[in-house]
Write a protein that binds this ligand. Structure first.
Ligand code: ADP
Ligand code: MG
Length: 774
């Protein structure tokens, strides 16, 4: 047992020893491991230091490269190139503008100014070319630089790649070693429990080492990131470089373009210059030729001048003498001038006095002359007869119908425009008036004959123009006319306007018009506000014996347009109450009263002339049996007024002491314009139609009777009776005192009747006279 025990003790001892040996070996191993680990960590640290140093170097290299190749420098270069480019562009533009200007000027002149300009431009072009060359040189330098830098960058890149590869290898190696140590540790860990303690301590120490390794790894990571960032930066720089290269290429292309343009411009300029040179040469040749011609002329002139000079010398001598004497005269001139001025003043004063007195004398004579003229005119009018009777035959119209009733019954004397023949009940009755207008006579023809009367109105005479005749015979046509073919009224006013205008330098004329109507012996103002109101005719309160119509509207007119407006207004007022204007107008007298007031600027003389244009009521008879009521009253009034007019004219022409103006409103109103040196025209209108022959006969008898009263200057017929009592005379036997009405039997031979004085004509019983219609 003991032996067993000793044996087991010895065995245990042996085991213990074995274990101790093993422990020792393990301790050795551990220390060796420790040493190894320390060495590894030191090595790793060295490597890390080394890497750090390399990284620093690389960073510095990168910085250096950046500063060398840096975006800023490249950008600067690029900016400079861009600016240079811009400047070149502008210069190019300026060159073009100048070239343009030169082209324009070329047409204008070929002076040497241009040549100077050209030279200057050429200089400029060469300068520009030099500049372009310079820019090109600079560009190629820049290119070189860029290439060098690119090269260096590639090298740096390579170096960077190598160091990166080295680092990767190093990393690989380190991680491999780390893996080995970890494995060793793991194997150590697997040792029996006895060495666990030792392992633990080793583990504690190993964790420290691990920590150190981790730190190293994290630093390594950081370094890798840094390298990544540097790579990024490098990439960016590469991109920038590429961009710069692209810009440089573009710039080069532009420069090439500019060069070609410049070359073109240069070519053009050379061409222009050549043209200019040609022009200049041509101009010089021409100028030379001209100068030669002129020179020749100048030489000739010179020769002439030389000869002139020879002849002028004596003249110069006499001129010098004259000059000296003039000098003397000039010295004495102020005295002489004063004397002359005194004399002239006296003479002028004298002359002014004389002119003044002559002027007075002339004015006096002028006034006398005016009076004399008026007197003469009056005398002339008296001799000619101030009452004239015209006849107008209207053409046959549609209204006359057809057949025998509308046949023509009036013929004329081709040799005498004062005679007309009427075929009445188979007998040819002839009448002599002052003038007869055939149906062919125009409004202008008629006006031609009456315009002398109208102009006398401007001189201050009163004038009356009456249109007499049966309804439909053309009274209104003659007086008013149609818008296209106006009658006496409008033409007269037109004439007055133009006459007033013609005399405007000496006279101031005012023309006014009134439009009135006499119906049933009542006077109405057709321009008034109340056209129905009856107006009175009164004596002027100034005792002049003149008449006036209180309330009669007067419109001042300046033109035909004004007149037309007035007429229109008058017509409107006339129509208001009556459905048929024609019917009404045939039963009333329409009056247009034109007053012309003149003032002579030089003499202060005032004149007033009145022109009365009267469209009388129809003169036709109204059958006594048929007429009744208002129609009868109208007829009576018309009869009365037309009789009164006839009486008055008769009395005036017969120069009776008493003229019965008061017998009708019409004659009373026109008293001023009918008496004394007034002028009257009776236009007797007739229809040529067969059916109207008896009315035509009456009208013509009335006309001839009015006219036949004319007895010639100085004669007086006191025995003439009133027209109203004419009918009595007609019905009884005709006497010598009666107005002469001629009746001819129809001329068988067809030859025109001879004209005989109306004094000798006797009233023939065949023509029943009824001068005034009832
Ligand atoms: P009254 O005024 O005498 O009643 P009008 O002047 O109204 O007559 O004339 C009657 C018609 O005859 C109108 O249609 C007019 O145009 C026409 N007439 C009158 N005289 C002429 C003429 N000389 N030429 C053409 N037509 C005329
Ligand atoms: Mg009429």
């Amino acid at each position: 047992m003991i032996q067993k025990m000793v044996e087991s003790m010895a065995q245990l001892q042996e085991e213990k020893l074995q274990l101790q040996e093993e422990l020792l070996a393990l301790q050795e191993k551990l220390s060796a491991r420790e040493n190894e680990e320390v060495a590894v960590s030191v090595q790793l640290q060295d490597q890390v230091e080394n890497l750090k140093g390399k990284l620093l170097d690389q960073a510095q290299e990168v910085n250096r490269l950046r500063s060398e190749l840096g975006g800023t420098d490249l950008e600067k270069h690029r900016d400079l190139l861009v600016a240079e480019n811009e400047r070149l562009k502008q210069e190019m533009k300026a060159c073009e503008a100048e070239l343009q200007k030169l082209k324009k000027q070329h047409g204008k002149c070929i002076d040497c100014e241009h040549i100077q300009e050209n030279a200057r431009l050429q200089g400029r072009v060469t300068q520009l070319q030099l500049e372009v060359e310079e820019a090109k040189g600079r560009l190629s330098e820049l290119d070189m630089e860029v290439q060098q830098k690119t090269h260096r960058l590639a090298e740096v890149e390579l170096r960077l790649k190598d160091s990166l590869a080295e680092k990767a290898e190093e990393e690989e190696r380190l991680s491999r070693r780390l893996r080995d140590s970890q494995e060793t540790i793991a194997s150590l860990k697997a040792q029996p429990q006895q060495i666990k303690y030792i392992i633990k301590t080793v583990e504690v120490e190993s964790s420290k080492t691990k920590q150190a390794l981790q730190e190293t790894q994290s630093r390594n990571q950081y370094l890798q990131e840094q390298v990544g960032m540097q790579r990024q930066v490098l990439k960016e720089m590469e991109q920038q470089l590429q961009k710069s290269q692209k810009t440089a290429a573009q710039l080069q292309a532009q420069i090439k373009m500019y060069e070609s343009e410049l070359e073109q411009a240069h070519g053009q300029m050379l061409e222009e210059m050549q043209n200019m040179e040609d022009d200049k040469n041509r101009a010089i040749e021409e100028a030379f030729a001209r100068a030669q011609v002129e020179m020749k002329a100048v030489h000739e002139n010179l020769a002439g001048v030389r000869t002139n000079l020879l002849t002028l010398q004596p003249a110069l001598r006499t001129l010098t003498n004259d000059y000296n004497s003039l000098k003397r005269q000039v010295r004495d001139f102020p005295l002489l001038l004063q004397e002359a001025l005194r004399n002239a003043k006296a003479e002028i004063g004298h002359a002014i006095e004389e002119v003044n007195s002559t002027n007075q004398e002339l004015l006096r004579k002028y006034r006398k002359e005016l009076q004399l003229r008026k007197k003469c005119h009056n005398e002339l009018v008296r001799l000619k007869g101030n009452i004239r009777v015209f006849g107008r035959v209207r053409p046959i119209t549609k209204e006359d119908g057809e057949g025998p009733e509308a046949a023509n019954s009036v013929t004329f004397d081709p040799e005498d425009d004062a005679i007309l023949h009427l075929m009445h009940k188979g007998k040819l009755v002839s009448f002599e008036l002052d003038k007869v207008f055939s149906p062919e006579a125009t409004q202008q023809d008629v006006f031609q004959e009456v315009q002398a009367l109208i102009t006398s109105c401007i001189d201050g005479y009163n004038v009356c123009i009456f249109a007499y005749g049966q309804t439909g015979a053309g009274k209104t046509y003659t007086m008013e006319g149609t818008p296209e073919n106006p009658g006496i009224n409008q033409r007269a006013l037109q004439l007055l306007f133009s006459e007033a205008q013609r005399k405007a330098a000496d006279w101031d004329y005012t023309i006014t018009v009134s439009v009135a109507e006499i119906y049933n012996e009542a006077l109405r103002d057709l321009l008034g506000k109340e056209p129905q109101e009856k107006l009175d005719i009164k004596l002027c309160p100034d005792g002049s014996g003149q008449l006036y119509v209180p309330g009669l509207t007067e419109f001042q007119v300046h033109s035909v347009e004004d007149v037309n407006k007035v007429f229109e207004f008058g017509h409107l007022n006339r129509v208001t109450e009556y459905t048929s204007l024609n019917e009404h107008s045939s039963r009333s007298h329409a009056l247009l009263i034109v007053t012309v007031r003149g003032l002579d600027y030089s003499t202060g003389l005032r004149t007033t002339g009145k022109l009365n244009l009267v469209d009388l009521a129809g003169s036709e008879r109204v059958g006594k049996s048929g007429a009744e009521g208002s129609r009868l009253r109208e007829a009576q009034h018309i009869n009365k007024s037309l009789s009164a007019l006839g009486d008055v004219i008769y009395a005036l022409r017969a120069r009776q002491g008493h003229v019965p103006f008061r017998n009708s409103k019409l004659t009373y109103l026109l008293q001023d314009s009918l008496s004394r040196d007034s002028k009257t025209l009776m236009m007797v209108q007739v229809s040529p139609a067969e059916k109207n022959t008896s009315e035509t006969l009456c009208s013509l008898k009335f006309a001839e009777r009015v006219r036949s009263v004319e007895l010639g200057p100085g004669s007086r017929r006191s025995d003439l009776v009133s027209w109203s009592s004419q009918e009595h005379l007609e019905n009884d036997s005709p006497t010598a005192a009666q107005p002469a009405i001629r009746t001819y039997s129809a001329p068988t031979s067809g030859t025109p009747t001879r004209r005989a004085s109306s004094f000798r004509r006797k009233l023939q019983t065949s023509g029943k006279l009824r001068p005034v219609p009832v």
